[in-house]
Design a protein around this ligand. Structure first.
Ligand SMILES: [Zn+2]
Length: 407
């Protein structure tokens, strides 16, 4: 879309720094969950690694003005309703394809952060003078990778199509999460309760797609409590910002358990960027679950590409790294006709991924918190995990870990 990017001089809300909670760190030692016996030896490396990791995770490689919604976005949303959808897609498509693309992060795969994790580990092993070691596996019960299906519902048409997609997912043994704008159109919560009973979950997709939530400090102060109250009323613990327009430090202090407003790499959103992460991480007190698969809307309407081909390629790459395949599709675009058939084929392929943990966003967030609180101790080459709750925690040899195997 044609947006004028101007400097936004809106000050941040009062509490300025990213809130940190105990044990919730993004340093490399916490990422790998290495033996606590090593901590003192590599302490200087641990400290510096967090700043480097967060350079990617909080999109700090972007100029500050690009880590927030573009200034012209408000004007766009005011006229959006007046433009027919097909014309809007054509205009977006043209704008996106002619926009000078930043070279970083690469799309659809960017390995900068996982290269850093691997390089850090290599240096760490040298420092403790060992070639082999234990760590706490990335996923519960040492599953090989993780698959999470999420959807944003954009309109009443999308809402009507939930059932067909959910039935399809269930047939392959998947459950998924559906994010809803809470004040944009009427929602039949009784109907959704039936889906909840079958194991699906729901999250908040803002109040509406008007680009206002993170536009200015005043908007945020006004809208945040309304959104949090609406989410709480329906016990929604997950969040994804409408159009993924976002501010990391503001999301970090919202009253949600987990967020999925960031991608690993997505140069095609109105606010382009990416965390380069195919694993969850800590965003203040929130667990961030970046979506790691290109969006259906991007592939179909903006790039005019065959989604199945790119989805398969990306999912295989993530699985080979032992990461999290987190899909974001919209029933509005993928919930009927040949698009639904393609989605069926994708589910079939994902269902064949061996040793994958199929999880809901809330389950992944709970796991990542639990894993973060675990401590690994190794005595005489016998690993032992120490924590109040060790459920799912398994110590595995680093040389059996997909992320260290992959070159
Ligand atoms: Zn949306």
């Amino acid at each position: 879309m044609a947006l004028t990017v101007a400097q936004d001089i809106t000050p941040a809300p009062p509490e300025d720094a990213m809130p940190h909670i105990r044990g919730a760190r993004n340093d490399a030692f916490s990422f790998w969950k290495l033996p606590e016996n090593w901590r003192a030896t590599v302490s200087s490396m641990i400290e510096s690694s967090e700043e480097l990791a967060e350079h990617f995770l909080f999109e700090r490689y972007l100029p500050e003005a690009q880590r927030r919604p573009p200034a012209g976005i408000g004007a766009y949303y005011r006229i959006k309703r007046l433009i027919p959808e097909s014309l809007r897609h054509r205009a977006h498509s043209l704008a996106v394809r002619t926009r000078a693309r930043q070279g970083f992060p690469n799309w659809p795969c960017e390995s900068a952060l996982i290269d850093f994790w691997r390089e850090w580990l290599r240096t760490c092993l040298e420092l403790v003078n060992t070639r082999q070691a234990w760590h706490i596996a990335f996923w519960p019960d040492a599953k090989r990778c993780c698959i999470v299906l999420t959807h944003d519902v954009e309109s009443p048409i999308g809402l009507k199509r939930i059932d067909a997609m959910a039935d399809m997912e269930e047939r392959y043994g998947f459950r998924s999460a559906w994010n809803l704008p809470l004040a944009q159109f009427p929602i039949d919560w009784n109907h959704l309760a039936g889906l909840q009973a079958r194991g699906f979950e729901f999250g908040a997709h803002g109040l509406s797609h008007d680009g206002r939530l993170f536009r200015s400090a005043a908007d945020f102060r006004h809208l945040r409590p309304l959104l949090e109250r609406a989410a709480d009323e329906h016990r929604l613990t997950g969040f994804r910002a409408p159009s993924t327009l976002r501010r990391a430090d503001w999301i970090a202090r919202m009253a949600f358990d987990h967020d999925s407003s960031f991608s690993d790499t997505d140069p095609y959103e109105p606010q382009p960027g990416g965390t380069c992460s195919i694993f969850p991480f800590h965003l203040g007190r929130i667990i961030e679950l970046p979506y790691t698969m290109p969006q259906d809307h991007t592939l179909i309407n903006l790039l005019h590409r065959d989604p199945l081909q790119i989805w398969t390629l990306k999912a295989q790459w993530i699985a080979a790294c032992g990461g999290m395949v987190l899909l974001l599709t919209h029933p509005d675009y993928s919930g009927s006709g040949c698009r639904l058939e393609q989605y069926d084929e994708l589910l079939k392929r994902l269902a064949d991924f061996e040793g994958a943990w199929r999880a809901l966003p809330s389950e992944v967030a709970a796991w990542w918190r639990r894993r973060s609180a675990m401590q690994l101790w190794v005595d005489n080459d016998i690993p032992h995990i120490d924590a109040a709750d060790t459920a799912g925690g398994v110590a595995v040899r680093l040389d059996s870990e997909a992320l260290t195997l992959r070159r």
